[in-house]
Ligand binder design. Structure first.
Ligand SMILES: *[C@@H]1O[C@H](CO)[C@@H](O)[C@H](O)[C@H]1NC(C)=O
Ligand SMILES: *[C@@H]1O[C@H](CO)[C@@H](O)[C@H](O)[C@H]1NC(C)=O
Length: 418
């Protein structure tokens, strides 16, 4: 594991002494034993004594301690090139970054993973996340931002730092790209050291940071601001009908979103078992009494479908006919016997390229190839071996989905440019 980065970045093989150092670093990285992804995304990670971890968590970032001055390489991403020289990714037969990550993805991931934190903003009513302004490595502008936090975010230079338990969202991003869906926002795992951040963000724990899309459309309604359009379950089902009221629905809520978008969403959410969009009430499975959907008395509404609404249905102003997938942490531990098939209800066709990838038998290896780019995540999870159980879970869900498609004679559709 320690040697692969050298080979893949095309550097000369390290001398034996350097190899020793590398090996030591790799062992240190392994010793950090951070929160495992393999836990419910909404639970805090198993606590570990802060002292020792702090001590070993810094081998590569020591120079960054207070000032967040970027060391070289700046980000813990695998394809890194020194800034300022033309990027030379994808040399060699395998390339340095997988092709399904676009240049734009890589740029954003690099900003998220290595950008200097220059501002922070709390998000009202979302105490568990923090929005930060980021300054790219090599950006000539100083720490103070002339544009201010809002300006930074409008320029696409902000990220949302979430809880350590939301790390699975990074995996969700890679799944999205591997499947060619391209509907979720770039995300990486990172340890923060900036003095601008509260202590709980700089205690050495690994957190996901998600690129902040500046132009998500939010409803004005304060009770419904996590949606770009208000959509009830019944309306949604009607909209999915092949001969549904598509012609009269020109001004119905969410009517700018074509059916293929819902197919992408359903496929993605089924694999991750994200319920908090299409089925926040857990109507599609028997939830444990401790589930939020039960505790918040949502589950009882299942009896009255007219009351059910979709949530987190978002589009960007710049692309109102494409869904944006946010909050994708999902449920890695959701049991296979209880998979939520309601997420698939009404969908009769799925994106061909994604289905072909699921069928290929290569899903796990493609995901590994993609996740390897995020070195923080990779090392924190114990590399391929540590990630394997999670990937197997997704792969098993994929097989269930393929069987579902086959048994119902459902079709696939070619990916339209939109
Ligand atoms: C992926 O989505 C972004 C917008 O989120 C878009 O700009 C880009 O063209 C898309 N890439 C592909 C390959 O569709
Ligand atoms: C699927 O197609 C097969 C063969 O055409 C047919 O026998 C079967 O009844 C179909 N199943 C469904 C659920 O429509």
């Amino acid at each position: 594991m320690a040697q692969r980065p050298w080979r893949r970045t095309g550097l000369k093989p390290p001398a034996p002494a350097a190899l020793g150092v590398l090996l030591a670093l790799a062992l240190l990285a392994l010793a950090r034993l951070p929160p495992s992804l393999d836990c419910s995304p909404h639970l805090p990670p198993a606590s570990s004594p802060p002292g020792p971890r702090q001590a070993v968590a810094t081998p590569l970032s020591r120079g960054r301690a207070r000032s967040e001055r970027p060391p070289v390489p700046p980000a813990r991403l695998r394809w890194d090139q020194p800034p300022g020289r033309g990027r030379r990714r994808r040399r060699g037969p395998a390339g340095d970054a997988p092709l399904w990550l676009s240049d734009d993805d890589l740029q954003k991931m690099q900003l998220l993973a290595g950008g200097r934190v220059v501002s922070k903003t709390r998000i009202p009513a979302h105490g568990q996340v923090l929005r930060v302004g980021l300054r790219a490595v090599g950006d000539a502008e100083g720490d103070a931002s002339p544009a201010g936090p809002e300006g930074d975010c409008q320029d696409g230079r902000c990220g949302l730092i979430k809880r350590p338990g939301d790390l699975y969202e990074v995996l969700a991003f890679h799944l999205d790209r591997v499947l060619g869906l391209n509907r979720s926002l770039p995300a990486v795992a990172r340890r923060f050291t900036s003095h601008l951040l509260p202590y709980s963000y700089t205690d050495g724990s690994l957190r996901p940071i998600i690129w902040w899309a500046p132009d998500l459309r939010h409803l004005e309604d304060a009770n419904n601001d996590q949606n770009s359009c208000a959509l009830g379950w019944l309306q949604y089902q009607e909209m999915l009908q092949p001969r549904g009221p598509t012609l009269v629905a020109g001004d119905a809520p969410c009517s700018s979103i074509p059916r293929s978008e819902w197919s992408r969403l359903a496929l993605f959410d089924f694999l991750l078992q994200v319920h908090d969009r299409l089925d926040r009430y857990c109507c599609g499975f028997q939830p444990d009494p401790s589930e939020p959907c039960v505790e918040e008395m949502l589950h009882e509404k299942c009896r009255n479908p007219a009351e059910l609404v979709l949530v987190h249905i978002l589009v960007r102003r710049s692309a109102p006919s494409r869904l944006v997938f946010i909050d994708n942490a999902g449920r890695p531990q959701h049991p296979e016997e209880k998979l939520n098939f309601r997420l698939l209800q009404g969908i009769d066709s799925f994106p061909a390229a994604a289905v072909a990838t699921l069928r290929s038998g290569r899903l796990q290896s493609l995901l590994l190839e993609s996740l390897r780019v995020d070195r923080e995540l990779w090392e924190s999870q114990g590399g391929a071996e540590g990630l394997r159980p999670l990937l197997r879970t997704i792969d098993r869900r994929a097989r269930v989905l393929l069987r579902y498609i086959q048994e119902r004679n459902l079709t696939v559709f070619g990916d339209s440019p939109r």
